[in-house]
Structures are given as structure tokens and as C-alpha cells.
Design a binder for this molecule. Structure first.
Ligand code: AMP
Ligand code: MG
Length: 492
């Protein structure tokens, strides 16, 4: 079966300082783990061809398909607050772009496909565990309705990679609206190369915000648009209990997609101070810090764009400051709108945010499970008959009762059919998230026993997060104490 990918590449048409041309490194004995058939359809690709021996060689980096123009992208980035002027794709290679069935241009990238000029001290490779984690969590995010890069395929390379110990190597085929990051802008700005900054901004506008080309001030409009999408994105993370874990500027896409799933994790019990990443010693990227960190990252983008905003430095800084205010307003609005949906509120009242915050602080004080609390509130919205399932999640159930009384009072101000409200709430409060203990178990079975059944099952369950799926009820449950996961690792 011959594989045909209708590449239509644009990034590799940019000047050569934007990337390095480099082919993936062939591997000895690749083995297919998974092809995402539904995503293949969306991209207009033949899933059978992607799963064929030839397709396997493409995903493994052994065969460069016709029309691909493999490059490693150059970028810089603030890592945990410290600027690194050169990072770049150290273990990823962009094969090229395709235009999907909806007319959207998408990158097809191999992650873990060998050395590039940006590899620094790394081996250019990825281990199976992190590849499967990214596959699971990015696909779960997509099903939850959160903008994200996607996973088109995962393969094993047949080679070992050495981290703390020898591990099976793997390659993820990643699909993204683009891989342009805040760090890509920083790469050029830090070199004082503002021609390239402008070039990159023009590229990003055309690709992600084409309506802005007509704007009289396209760069300010671009900054506002990125800021808006980022604010909406992080609000969505907060509303489902997602913790990215490495919100460095090189892991912030200007498309507004979630990108780079390293030590990411979902919260079980609600606690805004939650940190899972083993490398985040000071909790910089804790759950509750994410909105502020995203704003900080947007400020770094604004800095890069200053010369494009206005010739007068002071005026440019004024423009950038306005954009930061826009971020804060947009985030607050987006988060509150989402919270109203979670609580079943169709109208807006002054005290709604306080009502939500009161619930959250009671949850925090009582170690209530974030996802289950909101999911069970859907039934409780029908009447107090649903209360016992919610209150049992609180160490002190009375803490819920007091709040529930206020909530019912608020609901009574709205004249909506109870079933309509419950239905809307169920669409905003997932039953299934990629719980860490389930993810870890799936990875362990795959890595230690080449048993991919738990991985497949988990993907299946997570593809319908808002449905009850009674046959998989145990996947909705938080971990028993012995299975609790306290730390996650990048595995790079
Ligand atoms: P990440 O933490 O995955 O976002 O990666 C940060 C930077 O380190 C990026 O420039 C990566 O390309 C690079 N990197 C991570 N792991 C490796 C590796 N195994 N080999 C080469 N470069 C890597
Ligand atoms: Mg990264």
C-alpha cells in the first residue's frame, strides 16, 4: 500500500534562519502501537495506509514520504523564568503541513525522531511512556473540547533510550495548528532581528488570524488575538482541573492550542496549590498559578512585538500594557462564564463568582474530588435527592449542605426546566478525565509487559468524557490511597 500525504508546506518557505533542514533518523525494527483513525479522516488521510508497513516506516522516521520537507524549528524560551536564547526542536522534526477537511492547515511532526542541530546534550529520542502519556492526555483534552495538539500515531522504535534506566524508545506523530511558540518570537527578538520578528508575525497572522490582515494595526490586533485565545485556553484548563506542568514560553503556542504534554496531570482532590511535576521545585506552575503565568508568558510575547507596535517606545509599551489588561479581563470573563455553566446558571448575577469560590474553598478544606463534585452536582440540580452523592465527597458533609442551600436559592431565581439545566451541566462537567493512576497503570503495562490493552481501553473511555458509560464507572473514581500519584516526570 503506498502512502500518500498531500503536503502543502509553508513554514519551510520562510528564510533558512527559521529552521534547520534535517531528516529523521531511521530506526531498526519499528512496531506500530496506534494510529488515530478518526484524526486521519479529519486530515483527509487514509488510515489503512498510515497503519501499513510503509506508514509505520513514516511514523518511525525511517522513510520520508513524498512531499515532506523535514525541518527542525528554531526557537528560544523562558524555562522556569530563565531565558535560554537557543532551544529549538531538539528531538522533533516537522515533516510538513496538510490542509485538513475543514480547510485548516495542520503541521505533521515527529517527536522523538532523532538528533537535530538543536539537540544540545539530548539524544533526540523519546521513551514509550511519555509518548503514550502525550497520546492519552492530548486526545482526552480534544474530547473534552479543549484546543490542543493531537496524536496521529505512536510507534516503538525497537531501540532503547537511556534515562535513569534503559527504556523502550518511541515516536509520536503530532498534529498541530502550528508549532509557532512565544519562544519562536523570542528567538529572533533576542538577536535583535526584528525583520524576522515581523516576518514571523505576518506568518502567524496569515495562518491563525487571517481576518487581521485587514486591520489597520495588524500587530496590535495579533497580540490581542493571541492574548484572548490564551486567556480562554487557560480558563478551560482551570475549569477541568488540568495542570500543564511546564508552562515555559517555548511550550506556549500562539495558535491557542495546548502544547507539550510533559509532566501534565489532572487534579483529583481540589487544591489550588497542586503541583505534580518533579522538576517544578518551587511550584511555579501549580494549578492556581496558571492564569498568572500565562499572562507573564503573554508579556514576553508583547516584549518581542514592541518595535512593531509603535515606533515610539513609550507608546509601544502603552499598547502592550493594554493587551495585558485585556488578558486579565478576558480570563476573568471566560472563567466566570465557564463556572456559571458548571453550576447550571443560565443568567448572570453579581454574587455568582463568590458562590463558585465558596464552593471551591469548601472543596479545598474537605479534600473533595474536583471532577466528581461537579459531575454529581448535575443530579443534585434536580433536587436534594442528589445531595447525598455530593456530600459524601466532603470530609465534613455539612460543609456542602450550607453551600447547597445558597446554590438552590440562586437556582430558584431562574425559570428553567430542571432537565434542561441538568443536561447543560452534564455537558460542562465531565465524568471522565485522564486520572493519573489510570494513566500510570496504562503506561506501566505498555512499558513493562508490552500490554497495550489498558492504553486502548483508557483511550476509549476518555473519548466520551461527558457520557456516563456505566460499564466503565470505575474509571470515574479517584484513586484509592495506595494508588495515588504524587509526582509526574517529564521523562525527557
Ligand atoms: P520540553 O521540556 O520537552 O519542552 O523540551 C525543552 C527543550 O529541550 C526543547 O528544545 C526540546 O527539543 C529539548 N529536548 C527535550 N528532550 C530532548 C532530547 N531527548 N533530546 C534532544 N533535545 C531534547
Ligand atoms: Mg517543549
Amino acid at each position: 500500500m503506498t502512502i500518500h500525504i498531500p503536503f502543502d508546506n509553508s513554514y519551510s518557505r520562510l528564510p533558512s534562519r527559521f529552521y534547520a533542514r534535517v531528516a529523521p533518523t531511521p530506526v531498526s525494527t519499528p512496531r506500530l502501537v496506534k494510529v488515530n483513525r478518526q484524526l486521519a479522516h479529519e486530515l483527509g488521510l487514509d488510515p489503512d495506509a498510515l497503519a501499513s508497513p510503509e506508514g509505520l516506516d513514516v511514523h518511525a522516521g525511517t522513510r520520508v514520504p513524498e512531499g515532506a520537507e523535514p525541518i527542525a524549528m528554531a526557537y528560544a524560551g523562558h524555562q522556569f523564568g530563565h531565558f535560554v536564547p537557543q532551544l529549538g526542536d531538539g528531538r522533533a522534526i516537522l515533516l510538513g503541513e496538510v490542509v485538513d477537511k475543514n480547510g485548516v492547515r495542520r503541521d505533521i511532526q515527529l517527536k522523538g525522531s532523532g538528533l537535530t542541530p538543536f539537540s544540545r546534550n539530548g539524544d533526540g529520542r523519546a521513551a514509550l511512556g511519555p509518548v503514550l502519556r502525550e497520546y492519552i492526555v492530548s486526545e482526552a483534552m480534544a474530547a473534552l473540547g479543549v484546543p490542543t495538539t493531537r496524536a496521529l500515531a505512536a510507534v516503538m522504535t525497537g531501540q532503547r533510550v537511556y534515562r535513569e534506566k534503559a527504556l523502550p524508545g518511541a515516536v509520536l506523530t503530532r498534529v498541530a495548528a502550528s508549532h509557532v511558540r512565544v519562544g519562536t518570537f523570542q528567538f529572533f527578538a533576542a538577536r535583535g532581528d526584528f525583520d524576522s520578528v515581523r516576518r514571523l508575525a505576518d506568518y502567524a497572522i496569515e495562518r491563525h488570524y487571517p481576518e487581521l490582515t485587514e486591520s489597520g494595526r495588524p500587530y496590535r490586533a495579533f497580540l490581542d488575538a493571541v492574548v484572548t485565545r490564551q486567556a480562554d485556553l487557560v480558563a478551560q484548563w482551570m475549569l477541568i482541573g488540568f495542570i500543564h506542568g511546564v508552562m515555559n514560553t517555548d511550550n506556549t503556542a500562539v495558535s491557542g492550542e495546548t502544547i507539550d504534554y510533559g509532566p501534565c496531570a489532572f487534579m483529583d482532590a481540589y487544591d489550588p496549590a497542586t503541583v505534580f511535576s518533579s522538576i517544578d521545585q518551587f511550584g511555579r506552575y501549580a494549578y492556581g498559578n496558571q492564569p498568572g503565568i500565562a499572562q507573564w508568558n503573554m508579556a514576553r510575547l508583547a516584549e518581542c512585538l514592541l518595535p512593531l507596535l509603535d515606533e515610539d517606545r513609550e507608546k509601544a509599551v502603552g499598547e502592550a500594557t493594554e493587551a495585558m489588561t485585556l488578558y486579565a479581563e478576558r480570563y476573568n470573563r471566560s472563567y466566570l462564564a465557564g463556572m456559571r455553566r458548571k453550576l447550571g446558571l443560565f443568567t448572570e448575577q453579581e454574587g455568582d463568582l463568590a458562590l463558585a469560590q465558596d464552593l471551591l474553598s469548601r472543596m479545598a478544606a474537605n479534600q473533595a474530588d474536583f471532577t466528581l463534585t461537579f459531575r454529581r452536582l448535575c443530579d443534585a440540580s434536580l433536587g436534594p435527592g442528589g445531595d447525598s452523592a455530593v456530600r459524601s465527597l466532603f470530609q465534613d458533609p455539612a460543609a456542602y449542605d450550607e453551600w447547597a442551600e445558597r446554590w438552590r436559592h440562586r437556582l430558584a431565581d431562574e425559570h428553567r426546566a430542571a432537565e434542561e439545566r441538568r443536561g447543560a451541566m452534564r455537558g460542562a462537567n465531565p465524568a471522565f478525565i485522564p486520572r493519573n493512576h489510570r494513566v500510570e497503570a496504562a503506561l506501566k503495562a505498555a512499558v513493562e509487559a508490552q500490554d497495550f490493552a489498558p492504553f486502548e481501553r483508557l483511550l476509549d473511555v476518555l473519548s466520551k468524557p461527558y457520557e456516563d458509560q456505566p460499564e466503565f464507572a470505575e474509571y470515574a473514581e479517584p484513586p484509592p490511597p495506595a494508588e495515588r500519584v504524587y509526582q509526574t516526570f517529564c521523562g525527557t
